[in-house]
Every structure is written in C-alpha cells, then in structure tokens.
Write a protein that binds this ligand. Sequence first.
Ligand code: SF4
Ligand code: SF4
Length: 155
Amino acid sequence: MNWTLIKAVIKARRHGLLRLVPATEATRLDCLKEACGKCCMNLGSPVVTPAESEHIDEQFIDSKDGAMFIKSKNSVCCLLDEGLCTIYANRPRGCIEYPWYNIGGRLYYDSGCPGIKHDTDQRPNPKDIQPFENFFAGAPKPVVWLIKKICIRQL
Ligand code: SF4
Ligand code: SF4
C-alpha cells in the first residue's frame, strides 16, 4: 500500500483540496502560480509514466506497488522550489491537467483550487483527462473506490 498517497489525500482534504465537484457549468482555471502553489504543496506525489520518467532525474522518483511517483515530503512535491516547478516543461500529466479530473468519464474540478472561475467556459473534454484511478496506480481497487467517494463528498 502506498501510504504516501493516502497521507496526501488526507492532507489535501484538510487544506480544502480534493473537493471534487462535477463541472456542469462554465468553468475555467486562472492559475495563481507561485502566488499559490497549493496543489504542489499538498498533492505532491504525482504519478509518473515510464515515458515521463525519462525526462525526470531518477533521484526524484519513487517506485511503489509497480508504479512511479514524484518524491514528496509531507505531501510537498520535492520538485517545488520557491513556489515554482523545477521541471515545468516536463511535469507529469496529472500536474498539467490539475484541477480537472475524469471520474467515470465525467468531468470534475477541484473546487479547493483558488484559481477556479466561472465567468468563461474553458472546460476540457473529460476524454482528454486521464482517469482518476491513474493517480493511485498499484493501489487496491477498494481503496481507490473509497478515496473517490471521499473526494466527491463536499464536507
Ligand atoms: S491550486 Fe490552483 S491556483 Fe493554486 S497553483 Fe494549483 S492550479 Fe494554480
Ligand atoms: S512536478 Fe511540478 S507541477 Fe507537479 S507537483 Fe511537483 S512541483 Fe508541482
């Protein structure tokens, strides 16, 4: 079991993130970048595909349960430096897609992201967003199911 990911979910929820709601109305992201950094400071263990790993120094990658993740400390991504991503051009897909999520083919967004706006419709197609399950590669299905249920509960 990848406890780093479980701890990241708990910390993110505690800090108001991973409050996933269906994107049923006009929504866009106006990222606050280094003035915020909330995602990288709380969800800091994005899953990395073998292709993505070729562009990331291996010292920053952890392998667990047959999957690869960026290392983090207390859920703060180790590649974050003074609010900026040090591998921005090669950041993993999950980082590029945040705060959008594809849950069961439906588009969700993280309402805890302070960059979310509802004045213009710039929602991506959920087909272009990787399935939510990808973030928990290697974790048992019941655990992923439970995490999903918790993240779409608006508490
Ligand atoms: S939490 Fe949202 S606004 Fe803040 S850095 Fe991440 S994507 Fe940008
Ligand atoms: S890889 Fe970059 S964008 Fe992704 S969590 Fe780490 S610092 Fe943030």
